[in-house]
Design a binder for this molecule. Structure first.
Ligand code: SF4
Length: 759
């Protein structure tokens, strides 16, 4: 039975009532969503299928819990359980009617999804080697448990401006990525006392930020005091209006570090005055014991050398078990649980690299486990590079996904099949992929990272990835991977192979891939390799690049969720911007092209998509010259043959883009510039502006809608007609995510009528 705080049982009872009301049709989907998401229940991309996320503080899972999750996967979730990139576990393809049964079964073994999603304190991650690492300051496993319990019991943990992530690392190796978390602790010993260095406001995604060192050392009993005080600052001052600028890292930038610190000091005093903040733990600094070497049988040598390590406890060993894409079939999980149960309780930890680690085993126990490990993990036979690949779920199930990184990983495996041993010398090399800029695949900490984007060729969209390289996370100075360019999803496997082959030539001369990329010209070489993969065949010649992996439909943003139309729009701008910047950097004299790209780049913000030069120049004149956003001189450059003055135009457009805010307005401009919008009605709720966006493709329909709304007053009503398919799937949710009230009124012929009340 669970030992959850009383609060969790009360919340679950309420959740059950709401679930029943939703199934009866007495509660609308949106109201139910506000309850289910903080319980870790998300709707998948495919309608009416759900994902259940289960928190595992510090990645710790007992064999009995593993068995229970495996049985749930068998009964409710298409047979697999999935290790997440925060070391938790997910069940996919679940029917909404099964949610309560699943949660009840989880509670029976002490697991919960409370705080697994939404604007809550998320699963606390920790060093997978906590308690066994030779380099650790002390064992922090109990600190993770104690803090998780305090947080679960706090009512203010579930309605924050945005998610709040906490990580604990055992040493400067920062294996839990504390230096890039909202709140990160790195274990330290000072004057014989155990405590932590505290990092704050790090994170990946929009405006990724390395954490700031807030305190060199805080005593171990104060971890909840600081976590709570920072949470309260976030709760009070975080941006609740714009979820895209709501994470703690935005707040610290907005306030400035000094002011942020002052707010935290104030809240520290408040939390102290309230009492109950101490964590009653007194740890002892770690004293590694003398290693007892072990020689495995020759048949197991390759595996042992790659994946097995000595613990700080003499005679005990741990082992990393690489899990392909984090997926474990329930039958394998059950066999694994059976084998582990005979050994002990604390024998396995899941980790944010989507792998698991077994621990506290004698060499004999480990050798006996080898058979079931290889069943669970065929990658255990391969160099670590293959098991270390991380990919988020991407567009296959995630509503925010653009690309399908899991398919790309499969394609990389396929391309390198048969030659994997060649990469044994690259052990430790990490390839991470995210399906969108949100970074669930942690691409910024990888040696070679990818995040999904939309690209286009001759007007056709195709899946692509931005490429980053050289990430390095340590308590001695972390660095995110740097951007090197982009590549069509279709070329990812060939590009990866080319990079690995290149790195093999240099690996012996450099301390790390990071050092090679950032200090020894590696970044330049990667850019050169990327250049070989820039020519995407035309749609008519070869349609393959226009499909994503494991997808039979032509690539589109169909089914993409909340707020993501704008991401597609920014991708279109970035694609022209990049081409323009390259032309300027290389001193191109193709002025016709420079003028065309300059004219087209920002048209998307005006709801226009010009495919040819004449139309682009015409529309640019209308939206940017006639509205005086650019002065009349630039209008004269649009006439006649393009000449070298096109460069001036390009520079001016790039500057203008720098001044654009998320509502498409430009700092310093006198008035709102959205064109083509009829005079907005004045009286709230009394008038309806109607727009027909049938035949207008994504994301233009969204941009046009956004432009319409920018001309309207709060409370005024806009009704739009949208095509079936991607438009009706995407636009209403994107508009809603910007705070407007949205109602889909129904179908009119082939189109959908949508009502929007401006917020
Ligand atoms: S990175 Fe993007 S696509 Fe991947 S899981 Fe996160 S939100 Fe979804």
């Amino acid at each position: 039975m669970s030992h959850f705080p009383h609060q969790i049982h009360e919340d679950f009872a309420r959740f059950k009532e709401q679930h029943a009301a939703y199934l009866r049709g007495d509660l609308d989907a949106l109201a139910f969503k506000t309850m289910r998401v903080p319980f870790g229940v998300y709707e998948q991309r495919e309608a009416d299928t759900y994902m259940v996320r289960i928190k595992l503080p510090g990645g710790k899972i007992t064999p009995a819990q593993l068995r229970q999750v495996a049985l749930l996967a068998k009964e409710y979730a298409h047979e697999h359980l999935h290790i997440t990139t925060r070391g938790g576990v997910q069940l996919h393809n679940v029917n909404i009617t099964s949610i309560i049964d699943i949660m009840s079964a989880l509670h029976e073994v002490g697991l919960t999804g409370r705080g697994g999603g939404g604007n809550t304190v998320r699963n606390i991650t920790a060093d997978p080697l906590a308690g066994i690492a030779q380099d650790e300051a002390f064992d922090l496993s109990l600190h993770v448990k104690a803090l998780s319990e305090k947080i679960l019991a706090s009512t203010d943990s579930y309605n924050l401006p945005r998610k709040y992530k906490i990580a604990f690392s055992s040493s400067e190796a920062d294996r839990a990525h504390a230096t890039i978390s909202d709140v990160g602790f790195i274990a330290k010993v000072k004057d014989g006392q155990c405590g932590f260095a505290l990092y704050v406001a790090g994170g990946m995604g929009a405006k990724s930020r390395l954490g700031s060192l807030f305190a060199e050392f805080i005593p171990e009993k104060e971890i909840h005091l600081y976590t709570q005080a920072i949470k309260q600052v976030f709760d009070r001052h975080g941006n609740r209006k714009n979820k895209h600028a709501a994470r703690l890292r935005f707040l610290i930038e907005e306030l400035g570090e000094e002011s942020f610190r002052a707010h935290v000091e104030e809240e520290l005093a408040n939390v102290k005055a309230k009492g109950g903040w101490e964590i009653d733990l007194v740890s002892s600094p770690s004293v590694p014991e003398k290693l007892i070497p072990f020689t495995p049988p020759a048949s197991h040598e390759a595996w042992w050398n790659r994946y097995v390590f000595s613990q700080k406890q003499a005679g005990l060993f741990g082992c990393k078990v690489p899990i392909y894409l984090g997926d474990i079939h329930f039958e394998h999980a059950l066999k694994f649980a059976d084998a582990l149960e005979a050994i002990g309780e604390d024998v396995v930890r899941f980790n944010s690299d989507q792998n698991l680690y077994v621990r506290n085993l004698t060499p004999e126990q480990l050798l006996n486990l080898h058979e079931v490990i290889t069943l669970l993990s065929p990658d255990s036979k391969l160099p670590t590079l293959f098991g270390d690949m991380v990919a988020c779920t991407g567009a296959a199930t995630c509503q925010l996904g653009i690309a399908r990184p899991r398919g790309a990983v499969e394609a990389i495996h396929e391309r390198l099949a048969g030659v994997q041993e060649r990469y044994g010398e690259l052990d430790g090399f990490k390839i991470h992929l995210s399906g969108c800029p949100n970074s669930c695949g942690k691409h910024l900490v990888a040696d070679l990272g990818f995040f999904g984007k939309v690209a286009r060729n001759e007007g056709y969209s195709y899946p692509a990835y931005n490429v980053v390289a050289g990430g390095s996370i340590t308590g001695l100075g972390s660095a995110f991977a740097i951007k090197c360019g982009s590549v069509a999803a279709f070329f990812v496997p060939a590009f990866v192979e080319a990079v690995l082959e290149e790195w093999r030539k240099h690996v012996k001369q450099h301390a790390s891939f990071h050092a090679w990329v950032t200090q020894a010209g590696g970044a330049k070489i990667l850019e050169t390799i990327l250049e070989q993969f820039q020519e995407v065949p035309s749609f008519k010649k070869d349609k393959n690049p226009y499909f994503d992996y494991n997808c039979e439909e032509l690539f589109s943003l169909k089914g993409r969720g909340t707020g993501e139309c704008s991401a597609g729009m920014y991708d279109l701008i970035e694609s022209d911007k990049k081409a323009l910047q390259t032309a300027l950097k290389e001193g191109s004299t193709d002025y016709k092209n420079i003028r065309f790209l300059s004219a087209r780049m920002l048209l998307v913000t005006r709801g226009e998509d010009a495919r040819d030069e004449v139309r682009a120049l015409e529309l640019f004149k209308k939206h940017f010259i006639e509205t005086t956003l650019l002065n009349a001189y630039f209008g004269t450059l649009l006439e006649g043959e393009a000449d070298e003055r096109a460069v001036e135009l390009a520079e001016e457009v790039l500057k203008l883009y720098e001044r654009m805010d998320h509502t498409f307005h430009f700092a310093g401009a006198k008035t709102a510039q959205a064109p083509n919008v009829a005079e907005a009605p004045k009286a709230a709720f009394s008038a309806v502006l109607e727009k027909d966006y049938r035949g207008v493709a994504c994301p233009m329909n969204f941009v046009k809608t956004k432009n319409d709304l920018s001309k309207m007053q709060k409370g005024e009503v806009l009704e739009i007609l949208l095509d079936d398919g991607a438009p009706i799937d995407n636009v209403p949710r994107s508009v809603q995510s910007e705070g407007h009230k949205v109602e889909i009124l129904g179908k009119e012929g082939e189109a959908w009528r949508v009502r929007i009340i401006k917020a």
